[in-house]
Design a protein around this ligand. Structure first.
Ligand SMILES: Cc1cc2nc3c(=O)[nH]c(=O)nc-3n(C[C@H](O)[C@H](O)[C@H](O)COP(=O)(O)OP(=O)(O)OC[C@H]3O[C@@H](n4cnc5c(N)ncnc54)[C@H](O)[C@@H]3O)c2cc1C
Length: 383
């Protein structure tokens, strides 16, 4: 077991940290306040290889592994959680196309996605099917030998109208999870429309909206994988997505602890610096310990995907559940340590709490993570 990062991984982490501090951190508060989607900054991140991190180099991906991606998202989210989390979804779609698409669609989409000339969204959730994602109702029916005709609607889509291509899970077969396929639908397709921009607690630097498909004609070539593979592909994508979202929680918690360390060394009450009170010292110690535990779980889960470990799905679910819960608590404790000032927008704590809160809900809620973990535990005990 190796607990030391290689020279290459250290260099990658430092590159992401520098980008995050220069390009994201100074703007995160304004993007949150004004609900601005920083697409130009995302394109700059793409120039450094951060838009298709674990995509094969053949068509323009960066060709790194999942551990490298986790380290990158940890650093980026220290600068802006919301923007980094969006980039993680874009990376997930790029990987789905690269790993399961034909050479024809890889060649068409990967160069555009890796440069972020095109931005992508992942479309699984519907109004009637969230946790029970396999119950989705959007249909894709074949029309002749050239097209599918897609009808239905997706909810809560990160990116919404600001994206250029959508990986849409739709029903091409029976009502089971084997009846679901993944289609790429481009913006501008006739019959594609968007709902209102959702007003959210956090993740304000990215749009969220519903997407509607009204007799959208989509070329048969835009099928990713085989017909019926869509649900498995969507779930495989989410294994990595969960690691990345957990890494985004770690970055946020890192910043919260840094802020708490600074603040408690400057603020005096009762004639003492806050960090001279043992209660504060113990809080800081617990926060740092919990952050370390989150990092270990996330790095292990990332490596389990890299190593094609048969328990990878459980490892990813455990890391996502633990890190997103724990890092949210760290941010809450850091806010408490800042007293009333932590509640003000002068400090990043209130934004971190708003941004990290949704990580306990999306890419599978933390209750669904427990279902996945327990299901695998029980199955293993029977084998
Ligand atoms: C800001 C934001 C961005 C999002 N982005 C995307 C996106 O880009 N693409 C996309 O496809 N989706 C996206 N989602 C959707 C997200 O993945 C879903 O909200 C999530 O999966 C939960 O589904 P739901 O909201 O329908 O909740 P429900 O499934 O209705 O769950 C409600 C509650 O019941 C619990 N619950 C449900 N079933 C069980 C069970 N069997 N056992 C125990 N508890 C259970 C849940 O844990 C939850 O607490 C996004 C959501 C948000 C808020």
């Amino acid at each position: 077991m190796e607990f030391k990062l290689s020279e290459d991984l250290i260099a990658i982490k430092e590159m992401a940290r520098a980008f995050s501090e220069d390009e994201l951190m100074p703007n995160a508060s304004e993007w949150d306040e004004k609900e601005l989607f920083p697409v130009e900054k995302l394109k700059k991140s793409a120039e450094l290889g951060m838009a298709a991190i674990y995509v094969d180099e053949k068509f323009g991906g960066t060709g790194l592994n999942r551990l490298a991606a986790a380290l990158i998202f940890e650093e980026l989210s220290r600068g802006c959680v919301s923007t980094s989390a969006f980039l993680s979804i874009h990376n997930m779609v790029a990987w789905m196309i690269d790993s399961h698409g034909t050479d024809k669609i890889r060649k068409k989409y990967i160069p555009k996605l890796s440069s972020m000339e095109w931005v992508s969204s992942y479309c699984l959730t519907e109004s009637g099917s969230g946790s029970d994602a396999a119950a989705l109702k959007t249909t894709a029916r074949k029309k002749g030998n050239s097209h599918y005709v897609v009808n239905g609607s997706k909810s809560f889509i990160s990116g919404g109208p600001t994206s250029d291509v959508y990986a849409v899970m739709c029903r091409t077969g029976d009502n089971s999870s084997n009846g679901i396929s993944c289609l790429l639908i481009e913006k501008g397709t006739k019959g594609l429309s968007f709902g209102k921009k959702e007003k959210k607690l956090g993740w304000n630097s990215q749009h969220t909206s519903s997407i509607n498909f009204d007799n959208c004609e989509v070329p048969l070539d835009n099928l990713v994988g085989n017909e019926g593979d869509g649900f498995k592909l969507a779930m495989k994508g989410l294994d990595g997505g969960r690691v990345n979202i957990a890494a985004c929680s770690i970055g946020g918690a890192n910043l919260a602890i840094e802020s708490a360390l600074d603040y408690t060394s400057e603020r005096k009450q009762f004639g003492k610096y806050l960090n001279e009170f043992q209660v504060t010292q113990f809080k800081l110690a617990d926060m740092a310990t919990n952050l370390e535990a989150s990092k270990l779980m996330v790095y292990k889960a990332a490596s389990s995907i890299d190593n094609k470990d048969k328990n990878a799905t459980s490892q990813c679910a455990m890391a996502k559940r633990f890190a997103t819960d724990t890092c949210f608590q760290i941010c809450d404790e850091a806010l408490q340590i800042h007293g009333g000032y932590g509640y003000l927008k002068d400090f990043p704590l209130e934004r971190l709490i708003r941004d990290l809160r949704v990580h306990k809900i999306l890419e599978g809620t933390n209750e669904i993570m427990r279902l996945i973990i327990s299901r695998n535990l029980i199955k293993k005990s029977r084998d």
